[in-house]
Design a protein around this ligand. Sequence first.
Ligand SMILES: [Zn+2]
Length: 267
Amino acid sequence: MSFFISCRIVLYSSIILAMAWGSASAQAPASSNANPPDTVAELVAANHVLAKLKLVDAFGHITMRDPTNPQRFFMARGVPPVDVTEKDILVLDLDSNVIDKKAGSAPLEKFIHGEIYKARPDVNSIVHSHSPTVIPFSVSKTPLRPIAHTGAFLLPAVPVYEQRTTAGGASNMMISDQKLGKALADTLGQNTVALLRGHGSVVVAPKVGLAVYRTYFTEVSAQLLLQARQLDGPLTYIYPDEAALANDLRNTGYTRQWDLWKKEMGN
Ligand SMILES: [Zn+2]
């Protein structure tokens, strides 16, 4: 059997398995805390929810690690997230090569995802967003820290990635190759969120729905902090011990919010 045919069989097996999980989960009782493997259907729904929440527009993306092969991930080809269907989902390896080149082209900033998946085995879903309220925190000395429990995952820190350091000067500011993607992954470290100076954010999670939830509450946390800073200070931020307890609760409890968003979108 040729290498090409082997790749095609593995590729189609992955998609069929992921879709089968989707069918199985659709038939399962609506137990909101059940935590089955993510599916391609979940990834499609996540594209729609992110668009509805205005966390992405024509640009920005969410990916999901292949549950059957951790060396690969799923990403929609370069169409607006609100228009994504299962037919748009591509399979990429961790060097961010599209496996089936006839299936279409992945977005330019695919290297964000490949390099973070390489560096973080605990991460199964990544969102890259240009949501507006995080940007001021990427260009000022004010760190993005949570003042509300919903942003507890922002601790211990939200580092800021500076592209000029890696690019050696001016660039178009896109994460357009592996070297830039690796530098971003290094900046993220073991944190959940990193900002890209003058550009946007990356948010990681073990599940697709939790990645969407955290992206939404990263934007909300930025809005709340900007508002609180207009009042008399000093501010009281969420304490690290509180954050750990809040995360324990929301890292599974997010499904109530995630299920609601999907329902509102008809997914
Ligand atoms: Zn971008």
